[in-house]
Design a protein around this ligand. Structure first.
Ligand SMILES: *Cc1c(COP(=O)(O)O)cnc(C)c1O
Length: 362
């Protein structure tokens, strides 16, 4: 560089990566309104005594030291619960981080991920940031993963397949047969995202197929039925080679010592944590029946803690928000025209939602 030319370092700003230039940070609105039913959390606090026990155990930690990097005790506790070995289990900061690690390990340039539509809105985001090419395959008209849909997935010859079960935002579970078909007709890692599976019956999970289907990866979270969305803890159940591979992309000590303890205590108190599920299911079925009885409303069957419903009122989201009720707006999403998703809250919150909806449609 010749003297007198201003150094390039004088530039005020480094442009972000070109493919991120027009990207909006992802996330549902966090609005301070009386009734927040837009992110599928559980309305009830964790069981009484949980935080006291976590606090008691945290005081014994040596925080000057890095945490146990492979978080062995947490993985052993998860493995016992899932009837797997600890080397088939892995945890991270929310199931979103587990999904990100899978995309980093198995996606990337030259790799292709297929995800179903409708499906979880983070999948395209994760593909983009990991530079994985993304292909959407439509579920059928009833939003089911039928044999035809499985065939369309296989025709894409994917490296990864991402399937939420129960589906978010629809609420429908995907059965063992459909997952087996997708697995057996592709060479892909089949990722079944079971964020809401604890709200289904005892047979809702395909985790029993880990071990039978070598390329199956089941992803779960403490954010929904476990009432610990604030904790940011999720986990993976898969073949041991998958767990080995994600360790190639994880940051060292990604799971902090306090979180490892908090997760362990939650598993010890599992029965207390999950005791609310019947009430959620009862409330879901009550709200669903009221929606089904309203003129001009279609509601989908749900095995989760939320309901997807459709009306022909364009500004319904705003009409509800004006009454202090925040739901999730899918009105302008492909295949979901006119659809909103409502989380099942406390009975009082659900009543407030139904009253607001009744007003808005009147
Ligand atoms: C809520 C949700 C998650 C949870 O993400 P966390 O990072 O564990 O909070 C994952 N997948 C789906 C489909 C979800 O709806």
């Amino acid at each position: 560089m010749s003297a007198g030319v201003p150094p390039r370092a004088a530039a005020q700003r480094l442009p972000v990566r070109a493919d991120l230039a027009d990207v909006e940070p992802y996330g549902a609105p966090q609005l301070d309104v009386p009734v927040r039913l837009n992110t599928n959390e559980t309305a009830d606090l964790p069981p009484a005594g949980y935080l006291d026990e976590v606090a008691r155990r945290i005081t014994a930690l040596q925080l000057n030291r890095y945490p146990d990097r492979p978080h062995r005790r947490l993985r052993e506790a998860l493995a016992r619960r899932l009837r797997l070995r600890a080397d088939q289990v892995w945890a991270a900061n929310g199931s979103n981080e587990v999904l990100q690690q899978l995309l980093q390990a198995y996606g990337g340039p030259g790799r292709r991920a297929v995800y179903v539509r409708p499906g979880y809105s983070m999948y395209p985001e994760l593909c983009r940031t990991s530079l994985t090419s993304a292909v959407e395959v439509d579920l059928d008209d009833d939003f089911q993963l039928t044999p035809d849909v499985a065939q369309a997935i296989a025709a894409e010859d994917p490296d990864l397949v991402l399937v939420p079960s129960p589906n978010n935002p629809v609420g429908t579970p995907v059965g063992h047969d459909a997952i087996r078909t997708v697995h057996d007709t592709t060479r892909a890692l089949v990722v079944v995202d079971e964020a809401y599976v604890e709200f289904g019956g005892p047979d809702a999970s395909v985790v029993d197929l880990v071990g039978q289907l070598p390329r199956l990866a089941v992803v779960r979270t403490f954010s929904k039925a476990f009432r610990l969305a604030g904790l940011r803890l999720g986990y993976l159940a898969a073949a041991d080679w998958v767990v080995d591979d994600v360790q190639k992309v994880r940051l060292p000590y990604h799971l902090d010592a306090m979180k490892q303890v908090a997760g362990l205590v939650a598993l010890e108190q599992e029965a207390d944590f999950l005791g609310h599920r019947q009430q959620v299911a009862d409330e879901r079925d009550r709200v669903s029946a009221v929606l089904a009885g309203m003129d001009g409303v279609r509601v989908w069957p749900s095995a989760a803690n939320f309901l997807l419903f459709r009306t022909d009122v364009d500004d319904l989201f705003t009409r509800l928000l004006d009454q202090g009720v925040l739901v999730r707006d899918f009105t302008s999403k492909p295949r979901l025209t006119g659809c909103l998703r409502v989380t099942i809250g406390t009975p009082a919150e659900n009543d407030a939602f139904l009253a607001a909806l009744h007003n808005a449609l009147a």
